[in-house]
Design a protein around this ligand. Sequence first.
Ligand code: AVJ
Length: 337
Amino acid sequence: MKDYIAYTSAETSPEATPPPALPDLSHQEFLRDLMLGLAQQRKSISPKYFYDARGSQLFDRICCLPEYYPTRTELAILHTNARAIATHIGPHAEIVEFGAGSMEKVRILIDVLHSPQRYVPIDISAEHLLESANRMRMAYPALEVEPIVADYSQIAVLPPDVAPQGRRVGFFPGSTLGNFEPNEALQFLQMCATALAGGAMLLGVDLVKSPDRLHAAYNDSAGITADFNRNLLVRANRELGTNFQPDQFAHSAFYNAPYQRIEMHLVSTCQQTVNVGTAAFAFAEGETLHTENSYKFTADSLHQLAHRAGFTPGPVWTDDDNTFSLLWLDAPPRSTT
Ligand code: AVJ
């Protein structure tokens, strides 16, 4: 079996950065997914590829935009209910965060927890993750911080937990669950229920609301969301050597009411061809590359979803306008077999 993959650098020039010593597996996966996505009748790519260093930065800026209510609302819900949540979590806990961006939200919890023991942030964006993890170590010297660079949706097994001293609690804020298709969301939560057995999960999700408010949140007047969307093409060009022309793709985001989801697309503004490796993909004028679905939930749909995944739904914390909600979900007991 081949245990390495030969690396061929693009046009070698003396100034070119040397090729990495090991083939970058994440690039290979990105290349494969992009090729598969562009070959479809309806072109699409997973939103997980938004988050390179620049994408993560742009997302952090989105979170501060006046139109983007989810972050600010979730932070307020966390602040208002921090003590009640801490009581549910209990002492000496371990917090496992799925898709830990800047780690701003988890601090609100850690600040009020009684002797939290360990924090395990899982994220695919290594640079951003390790930087933020170091800041957490400095801010909380008594806390064990053990980052895992991984696609959190693939983490079926976690390192041994801190029980019986404290509970392991999964933290999945930001309505990132909305990026999954409904069947994937169920599978992911089922996996969490197993991985968090004996513990619990704190899930933050965006709620169905007026299409106008949703539309504004994904079409900000400063154009940051458009840059975030197009950055996917910039990233592909840099990492995969594709020749997308980002300025020939228009940002499009709209609420698809029957599916209860925001859709983001990049719309080709002309007829053009894009080269990916040795393959060429034609875009007709107006043809779109579907880059993201962001599902919105209702109290009912969440309750059902959690139940089907094997959790026992507990309290739901929300804001006065029912814009966003934080759910407490008890995982099944640890199996004794
Ligand atoms: C990180 C998936 C929750 O859907 O609101 C923000 C990503 N996309 N603006 C969201 C996003 C465009 C965000 N999630």
